[in-house]
Write a protein that binds this ligand. Structure first.
Ligand SMILES: NC(=O)c1ccc[n+]([C@@H]2O[C@H](COP(=O)([O-])OP(=O)(O)OC[C@H]3O[C@@H](n4cnc5c(N)ncnc54)[C@H](O)[C@@H]3O)[C@@H](O)[C@H]2O)c1
Length: 713
């Protein structure tokens, strides 16, 4: 299928699969083997790929066996030894994609090039739509790819597809050329690494870029663009027909249904129902006339602002004057910003701030309806504060905590009013983010839940009632995603690979850009505290905590002073402390490689699909466990939490809706697959509820009946 001829330091791989040298499975395997053999032979300095008779054209589009054409193209392009395509006759479709993956192309003057894929309704999907614009520029690519037109060697040379056109034997010329460039650097010869010329000038490109950024992953904006653009070139009546035809594509994409679902899920979220039967219909909340906030840090000031904006008088309390002044200055600065942006007038600003009181210590809190605690995430400190508040505040005062993960019951145990203790989990910035997770403890009364829901709505939030467990709903699910993101890096990805997949899925920032923003040290501190609680001494070799796989990669970076944006380096390089533009960094990659080598972790190429599944499936699996345990009372609540608190892409409805859309049996099977591979991560153990729902094919509206039967409450 492929002859391997070695001479004078050049390996010639000649495809021999008449009549057109199509890229059948055997041909692809033989090219792959030839490349490996040439790569390993120290006598071989360069490689030539050619075809007997004509070059390469055609493939069976249904054949996706490995190596795929895309994989082969990547292999050719990444070769450390120069690869030259010797082209006679036709380089079409997959053959064209192979040719543009080579580092150089020598073509006979009568050869032809083209992408005929569109004529059978498909794309040049072995990287053709991506490499070709990088080789010839956007304008020529947008002309040639959608047209399916063939061009001759002379035009191919003019466009930069071909490096040299010859009259004689292209293979002999290519071998001669290959010898002459042996050992030369290949950096600028790798097509995929080049920028696309012309993209920056095309307004259409700018519009597409904007739509991709603002409405990531959504089909409708791109279709709107293409239909509007097509319409501009057609008579009105024909434009209307194009619009109608494309509308069918959008209507049947499933995204429209997901967006409608997201709207109704959000509207239903504040409607709560407890396992005891109490609900928003049967229990009335107590209105909050005034409140206090303990802690004037990031969250305390944000929560204070949210309440002041709703007209609730607030006393902001700190442990000492210095911290209090800092918090109040921050608040005043934020309000001054609103005035200068004309969101409020100076008079409104003064009126709002007149409702702010401040105090050092809790003694003055003898007449408040509500206290929200927002001090450091430390159980002993929170319990001490709750005990003190319990002594000072009137018995009917609600005592709520903004903890992001701690046990509400344990905090409540420090008081004599556990029925009035609840978690109000705000999101950063608390004055802006719409989500409020209201966490009910074992002893939290229905009246307290009703009051917290009423309070949430009053301050402009969408409040969702959730149960008490580590991380509640949102952070509990998030933790699994964060763990897998780290493991993917350990196993072979770079931070930008993982972030790209998450961002393509529709999240505004990938997990590593988020971590750089919040600070790597925060996660490391959490891990070390977890280890301390488990009585484990962390050392460089530690890979398990309580039998669970952990990653200390963030610690390795923090140990080198890389805490994220604030220090100028984290998983990316930001140029300077506080820098905002993430750049990929060789040094960070060296730290990762060294980290893996020290632990004997073999790095490998991780496929796109695996990255996507390993990021999102554990989080979805955890969502089903949450439903099964009664921590959330309906899938819509979980989806609302993710849509509002974590910017989950709305066009997929939320993690639960997305799972339903993909198919629960498929989701379940993939989770089982990874569970087999990753025995040391409990988050891969499939949820029993998911298993039941997948087997019974229960529609989403009836999930809770099955969940209630499995609930541990
Ligand atoms: N920052 C976030 O992203 C975020 C999000 C949701 C929830 N939370 C939770 O909110 C809480 C506060 O987090 P933060 O980021 O605002 O912390 P922070 O470090 O910015 O602020 C904590 C403040 O509490 C004050 N404080 C400490 N002990 C005190 C005491 N005894 N009396 C009065 N004030 C005291 C500190 O002086 C400090 O100003 C934590 O429980 C955290 O887990 C944080």
């Amino acid at each position: 299928m492929v002859d391997y001829i070695a001479r004078d330091g050049v390996a010639l791989l000649q495809v021999n699969n008449p009549p057109v040298n199509a890229l059948s499975h055997h041909v692809r395997v033989a090219i792959e083997e030839g490349l490996k053999k040439a790569g390993q032979d120290p006598r071989i300095k360069s490689i030539v790929i050619s075809g007997k008779g004509s070059f390469i054209a055609g493939a069976d589009i249904k054949d996706v066996s490995k190596p795929t054409i895309l994989e082969l193209c990547d292999l050719i392009e990444s070769s450390g030894k120069p690869v030259v395509a010797a082209i006679k006759g036709f380089a079409l479709g997959g053959g064209h994609e192979i040719a543009i993956s080579c580092h150089y192309r020598i073509a006979h003057e009568k050869s032809k090039f083209g992408f005929p894929e569109v004529d059978i309704g498909i794309l040049p999907a072995a990287g053709g739509t991506q490499r070709f614009p990088r080789l010839v520029g956007l304008e020529a690519a947008l002309d040639l790819i959608p047209s399916g037109r063939h061009i001759g060697a002379a035009q191919a040379f003019k466009l930069g597809i071909v490096d040299k056109v010859v009259r004689g034997d292209a293979v002999e010329e290519a071998v001669k050329f290959a010898k002459s460039i042996a050992g030369e650097p290949l950096v600028d010869r790798r097509t995929s690494q080049r920028p696309v010329m012309g993209a920056e000038n095309a307004f259409l490109a700018a519009a597409v870029k904007l739509a991709m950024k603002k409405k990531k992953g959504m089909i409708a904006p791109i279709v709107c663009l293409s239909v509007s653009f097509m319409g501009s070139l057609l008579p009105f009546e024909q434009g209307i027909q194009v619009e109608a035809a494309e509308a069918v594509v959008v209507f049947t994409s499933g995204q429209m249904g997901a967006l409608q679902y997201a709207f109704f899920a959000q509207r239903a979220a504040p409607k709560w129902l407890l396992p005891c039967g109490a609900s928003f219909k049967t229990v009335k909340g107590r209105p909050i006339r005034n409140a206090a906030v303990i802690g004037a840090g990031t969250m305390g000031t944000g929560i204070t602002m949210a309440m002041l904006n709703a007209g609730i008088p607030v006393t902001l309390v700190e442990q000492d004057r210095k911290f209090l002044d800092k918090g109040v200055s921050l608040l005043k600065l934020l309000y001054a910003g609103s005035v200068s942006l004309r969101k409020i007038t100076q008079d409104q600003c003064d009126a709002i701030l007149s409702k702010l009181n401040t105090a050092v210590g809790y003694k003055s809190l003898t007449n408040v309806d509500l206290v929200i605690e927002a001090v450091y995430e430390n159980m002993a400190l929170k319990k001490q504060i709750f005990a003190e508040l319990d002594r000072i505040c009137p018995p009917e005062t609600f005592l709520w905590t903004n903890t992001s993960a701690l046990d509400i019951d344990e905090i409540a145990s420090a008081t004599r009013r556990p029925d009035k203790v609840l978690g109000t989990h705000f999101f950063v910035p608390a004055y802006h983010m719409k989500l409020l997770e209201n966490v009910r403890g074992k002893l939290t009364s229905a009246e307290t839940v009703a009051s917290a829901q009423m309070f949430g709505t009053r301050i402009g939030k969408i409040p969702v009632v959730v149960g008490n467990c580590h991380g509640f709903v949102g952070n509990r699910m998030l933790h699994k995603y964060v763990y897998e993101a780290d493991f993917l890096i350990e196993e072979g990805c770079w931070p930008e690979d993982v972030d790209m997949v998450a961002e393509n899925f529709g999240l505004p920032l990938g997990p590593f850009k988020v971590r750089d923003l919040s600070g790597l040290d925060i996660r490391v501190r959490g891990l070390l505290e977890q280890a301390k609680a488990a009585g484990i001494e962390i050392n460089p070799a530690t890979r398990f905590l309580n039998g669970e796989r952990i990653s200390l990669l963030s610690k390795s970076l923090v140990d080198k002073g890389h805490c994220g944006r604030k220090t100028g380096r984290g998983f990316y390089n930001y140029g300077k402390p506080g820098g905002k533009i993430p750049l990929n960094d060789r040094f960070i990659k060296d730290v990762i490689v060294e980290y893996c080598a020290e632990r004997g972790i073999e790095r490998r190429k991780v496929a796109y699909q695996e990255i996507e599944e390993r990021l999102f499936l554990p989080l979805i699996n955890e969502g089903f466990k949450i439903l099964e345990e009664g921590i959330a009372s309906k899938p819509e609540d979980i989806d609302t939490i993710w849509l509002l608190g974590y910017a989950w892409p709305r066009h997929t409805g939320g993690p639960m809706y997305y799972a339903n859309m993909v198919g629960l049996d498929k989701i379940y099977n993939r989770i089982c697959h990874y569970n087999e591979l990753h025995k040391h991560s409990a988050h891969w153990q499939p949820s029993l509820l998911l298993k039941k729902l997948a087997a019974s094919k229960t529609p989403m509206k009836d999930w809770m009946e099955v969940a209630q039967a499995s609930s541990k409450l």
